[in-house]
Ligand binder design. Structure first.
Ligand code: NAI
Ligand code: MG
Length: 496
């Protein structure tokens, strides 16, 4: 196909090979023999078939991870040894960056440029950051007053981690989970999203090449209710790390309760982005458009509720509308593309459904609002902006996870805080102001795990990431992430 012309040979070959599960360092077909189709959302063509895992495959992978966790090779590997292996994997990812970017772009519609310069480099940075932590997982000495004891703590790996990840940033999400888990000495069973399993499978090849002991990292592909649910409820899994929808997050918590598995959840969002009257408007407009349209709006922290001070509302809306209309929507692999297709037919219908619902509820489309058959046969939707939105409309309350923004005026800072917090979610928030007092006041008062001031969508491996309220709990990135993968053991040594 025309759009596949520029694929590097390694990617062409990789896509067409047979994709089994990666268990105990080997490629293992599904116990059932079943496979599932993996499509390219830019064309709706079937790219390849991937193993459709279920309970048996998950059990095999969990057993491999348990065995690797007990195994001396991994247990007794020095922290430095683990760090070196992780760094080696990161180097291999860097050496294959273009390949990984193309795979990601093909598999889930991420604009190639974003994959090349944004998300794949971020994944590599993250792994290197976490590799550094392998040698820094320290305990404490505790000055107990009882008797005559030397009391200290050890921080030990929690055990087998079940990682269930979404399709919006497939490789990055895999590395967020793997980075912390490997740094502290856990072993992992990873279940990539059924829409985008390929970058994790290519990663597995690099895991072998880096020399990880077999069973430390296992990957089972499959559907959520089959492979995902089996992993979340497996008694051999000590901790579940999940990123995805709030609804599935709830079901994961319920199944984890049976085994008392530790859980960390990074869920949905409906993030407010507030533009104050004194903002640098040019920056605020382009930053806010990135905030909603990056990755087709398929970002948990997308700034989908844009609140603009009433005195600058009209001009801001006009500039945003112009911006949205000028965006280049097209094939994900095209280097000029700013926005690719949404990931799947389900997501396509869902987003178009929200656009229709917004209009039914009385909001007005001022930019976009249509599917884009002209851009190709894929799941393309125009960058869409709504005005005349009220806080209680579905498009202002529910996570759309697509390129759809609601732009609403506000009058006072206290009012906007109240309205911004009128959400079940609390993942991120944006603030645009030149006033230092307003900036800190909003940062303190918004219900959000991250607040960006005069910026949107900035991330760093060292900065903690996670949500308030129904956006989940636990933090990924930063040293805070490591706490979720370790147990504290307290040791008493009688000195008498
Ligand atoms: P999802 O939550 O169903 O899928 C995420 C992952 O969970 C996938 O690997 C999936 O296979 C797995 N999964 C699904 N059902 C499961 C179950 N019962 N037990 C265990 N694992 C299960 O998300 P989906 O359906 O792909 O997207 C629906 C909506 O979820 C989106 O429109 C968006 O609003 C939200 N979402 C949020 C994400 C985030 O980053 N916070 C990422 C993806 C989706
Ligand atoms: Mg795909």
């Amino acid at each position: 196909m025309e759009q596949y012309r520029n694929l590097v040979t390694a990617v062409q070959e990789f896509i067409h090979q047979t994709h089994h599960h990666y268990i105990q360092g080997k490629w293992v077909p599904s116990h059932s023999g079943l496979t599932m189709e993996d499509i390219d959302p830019s064309t709706r063509e079937v790219l390849t078939e991937v193993a459709r895992g279920g309970k048996d495959d998950i059990s095999l992978a969990v057993e491999a991870a348990q065995q690797a966790f007990r195994d001396k090779t991994w247990r007794q590997m020095s922290p430095q040894g683990r760090g070196v292996l992780m760094w080696k994997l990161a180097d291999l990812m860097a050496a294959h960056l273009e390949e990984l970017a193309q795979i990601e772009s093909l598999d889930m519609g991420m604009p190639l440029r974003q994959a090349q310069y944004g998300t794949i480099p971020m994944a590599i940075d993250h792994l290197r950051y976490m590799a550094g932590w392998a040698t820094k997982i320290e305990g404490e000495t505790i000055p107990v007053s009882t008797g005559s004891f030397f009391n200290y703590t050890l921080r030990q790996p929690v055990g087998v981690v079940g990682a269930i990840i979404p399709w919006n940033f497939p490789l990055l999400m895999a590395i967020w989970k793997l980075g912390a888990a490997l740094a502290v000495g856990c072993t992992v069973v990873l279940k990539p999203a059924e829409q985008s399993p390929l970058s994790a499978l290519r990663l597995a090849e690099l895991v072998t090449e880096a020399g990880f002991p077999p069973g430390v990292i296992n990957i089972v592909t499959g559907y959520g209710p089959e492979a995902g649910a089996a992993l979340a409820s497996h008694p051999g899994v000590n901790k579940i790390a999940f990123t995805g929808s709030t609804e599935v997050g709830r079901s994961i918590m319920r199944s984890a309760a049976n085994n008392m598995a530790r859980v960390s959840l990074e869920l949905g969002g409906k993030s407010p982005n507030i533009i104050c009257a004194d903002a640098d408007l040019k920056r605020a407009v382009s930053g806010s458009m990135l905030g909603i349209f990056m990755n087709q709006g398929e970002v948990c922290s997308a700034g989908s509720r844009i609140y603009v001070a009433r005195e600058i509302y009209d001009q801001t809306l006009e500039q945003m509308t112009a911006y949205a209309k000028n965006m280049r929507v097209g094939m994900a692999l095209d280097i000029k593309t700013q926005m690719g297709p949404v990931v799947s037919s389900e997501q396509y219908e869902r987003v178009l459904g929200y656009i229709a619902k917004g209009q039914e509820e009385g909001a007005k489309v001022v930019a976009g609002g249509q599917a884009m058959p002209g851009a190709g046969s894929g799941f393309f939707i125009e960058p869409t902006i709504f005005s005349q939105v009220t806080d209680t409309m579905s498009i202002a309350q529910e996570e759309i996870f697509g390129p759809v923004a609601a732009v609403m005026p506000f009058d006072t800072i206290d009012e906007v805080v109240e309205r911004a917090n009128l959400s079940a979610y609390g993942l991120a928030a944006g603030v645009w102001t030149e006033n230092v007092r307003t900036a800190h006041y909003l940062a303190q008062n918004l219900d959000a795990g991250t607040v960006w001031v005069n910026a949107y969508h900035v991330y760093d491996a060292a900065a903690p990431w996670g949500g308030f309220k129904q956006s989940g709990f636990g933090r990924e990135m930063g040293h805070h992430a490591l706490e979720l993968y370790t147990e504290i053991k307290d040791v008493w040594i009688n000195l008498q």
